[in-house]
Ligand binder design. Structure first.
Ligand code: HEM
Length: 249
């Protein structure tokens, strides 16, 4: 009985070592050897054009400073659609344009600078809408957009703490392998970003938006932007992190 338990434990350790070495090797490969492919470069360019086009349109529609509310769509779109999206796609091996062409440490630096700026915009946007509802006496978080939005903002705070831990892993009272932290951070970040894109999509159903955009083709084109961006970002996560499970060596 004791012998079979020992054999079992040894098997578990072997399996763990096997996966850890596979993960390390894979991460190195992804970061060093990946060459930009035409499809990859095209998707990196498409994602930027969609994000910038969408953000410009929403900001133009909102007319910042025309009202207190106008700062909500402006700051949220700028924070999530432009800054945070850039902070994520910078890690795509295909994204060799501009900042993405720098070393891994350089990318990490730009990633957290962009994330901090995005986070500041997001919380200003949240503060603005909360204040606007408060002074007008409207109830809070009653729509799907508002409910998803507050979940995304909470998740963002947790994600930011995760990012700080990843920068200073020795601050933790226990030891966690860096690669595990990396994977967790990438996974929860992709989930938070997915929540943000769904929230943006839901905002297009708000009375404010529907009162201004009644053309069904324009509405559909705008609604496609967060969805396409989300698909590309999930694809990046899959390529960098999940594809490893299906590799043979
Ligand atoms: C990912 C980006 C966004 C997030 C996280 C977000 C978050 C929120 C939250 C939490 C609320 C509810 C506040 C409360 O009830 O106290 C809200 C309300 C609102 N948001 Fe956003 N928002 C985002 C983007 C947008 C955009 C781009 C628009 C305009 C197109 C917009 C339009 C509105 C409107 C009209 C309301 C008030 C009505 C309602 O509660 O649904 N939001 N948002």
């Amino acid at each position: 009985m004791a012998k079979s338990r020992k054999e079992f434990n040894a098997g578990v350790i072997q399996l763990k070592q096997f996966w850890e070495s596979k993960i390390d090797k894979h991460m190195e490969e992804v970061e060093k050897k990946s060459k930009p492919t035409p499809v990859g470069v095209a998707s990196a360019i498409v994602v930027q054009l969609l994000a910038i086009g969408f953000a410009n349109f929403i900001i133009w529609l909102a007319k910042p400073s025309s009202s207190i509310f106008s700062w909500h769509p402006t700051m949220m779109t700028l924070g999530f659609m432009v800054l945070m999206m850039e902070a994520i796609v910078i890690f795509s091996p295909w994204f060799s344009v501009g900042l993405g062409g720098s070393s891994h440490n350089g990318k990490v630096f730009y990633h957290w600078v962009l994330q901090v700026c995005g986070l500041v915009c997001a919380y200003i946007g949240l503060g603005v809408i909360s204040y606007n509802k408060f002074i007008n006496g409207y109830p809070h978080y009653t729509s799907w957009h508002g409910f998803m939005g507050i979940l995304v903002c909470c998740s963002l705070a947790v994600q930011a703490c995760g990012g700080i831990i990843e920068l200073y892993p020795t601050a933790l009272p226990f030891k966690v392998r860096k690669v595990i932290l990396k994977r967790l951070h990438a996974f929860s970040g992709t989930v938070t970003f997915a929540g943000a894109m769904i929230t943006l999509f839901l905002s297009l159903y708000s009375n404010w938006f529907l009162n201004q955009v009644s053309n069904v083709f324009l509405w559909t084109a705008l609604a496609a932007c967060p969805i396409l961006i989300l698909v590309i970002v999930i694809g990046q996560f899959g390529r960098n992190h999940i594809s490893l499970m299906f590799r043979r060596n």
